[in-house]
Design a protein around this ligand. Structure first.
Ligand SMILES: C[S@@+](CC[C@H](N)C(=O)[O-])C[C@H]1O[C@@H](n2cnc3c(N)ncnc32)[C@H](O)[C@@H]1O
Length: 247
């Protein structure tokens, strides 16, 4: 089912509250990955972007894009939601970069346009991967990289909907995680099994270079979800940070 209109409506509705709650964490410093704000300098996922053509898929308020533009990358921030793009425009720094409204499923760019396509809980969490990954591969130049961070199947399978928290009990079927309803209006996020991620990435012609499993310190807070125990993500992988390239 096409979730583009519903996801756009959802993010337009929640943008202001989301930024109010999360921007202080996401934007606290450059290059912070995921729910635990783990610095890229510890994970080495993105590398040097100076002079590179970079596309952020689902840039939100542009905390990542702003940082990479300041480092000298030629960044394009793409997002589905005009409210999120307006937040990115308001937060833009001295290094200006273009913002484009669009969907990860239907990228409005020519083939071979970018050296790096990336996102952090962006388009590859909110668009079906079997549509978005081939699009990302298409717009990359040969040798270009697709790097993205998503929730892990462990995290989703242990998520207790009624208690609104992540637990140490399997709550959902691993093989039934593929589409997650985000509201009653048809908004969806997406999850794949490990095997399906490998097949989707390889099927789009990408080479998998690494699968980083970001591991926060036991006391690092999760800025988005309650976990029981508090150090859940120190003990089990909450996120998958895929590092791939187009040969
Ligand atoms: C959790 S935010 C990610 C942005 C930023 N990294 C952050 O953590 O706030 C998810 C973003 O994906 C965008 N989005 C949702 N569906 C999308 C799609 N199909 N294509 C592109 N962006 C999408 C939303 O508008 C939202 O700005």
């Amino acid at each position: 089912m096409d979730s583009i209109p519903a996801n756009r409506r959802l993010w337009n509705q929640i943008s202001s509250a989301y930024q109010h709650e999360h921007d202080p964490q996401i934007g606290a410093a450059p290059r912070l990955w995921g729910m635990y704000s783990i610095p890229d300098v510890h994970l080495h996922a993105l590398g040097d972007v100076t002079g590179k053509r970079v596309l952020e898929l689902g840039c939100g308020a542009g905390q990542w894009s702003r940082a990479l533009a300041a480092e000298g990358a030629s960044v394009v921030g793409l997002d589905l939601s005009e409210a999120q793009l307006a937040a990115a425009a308001r937060a833009m720094g001295a290094a200006r970069y273009p913002l484009v409204q669009g969907a990860a499923e239907q990228l409005p760019f020519a083939a071979d346009s970018f050296d790096l396509v990336f996102c952090d809980f962006g388009g590859l969490s909110w668009a079906p991967a079997h549509l978005a990954v081939p699009q990302a591969a298409r717009v990359l130049r040969p040798g270009g990289r697709l790097v993205f961070n998503v929730a892990s199947p462990w995290f989703e399978a242990c998520y207790d909907e009624d208690g609104s928290r992540v637990t140490t009990t399997l709550q959902q079927d691993y093989f039934g995680l593929d589409t997650i309803a985000e509201n009653d209006g048809g908004a969806r996020s997406y999850q794949l099994t490990y095997g399906d991620w490998v097949r989707v990435l390889r099927g789009a012609g990408l080479v998998i270079d690494d699968l980083i499993e970001p591991r926060p310190e036991p006391t690092t807070p999760n800025g988005y979800n309650e976990t029981e125990p508090h150090d859940w993500a120190h003990r089990w992988p909450a996120e998958l940070l895929w590092v791939t390239h187009k040969p």
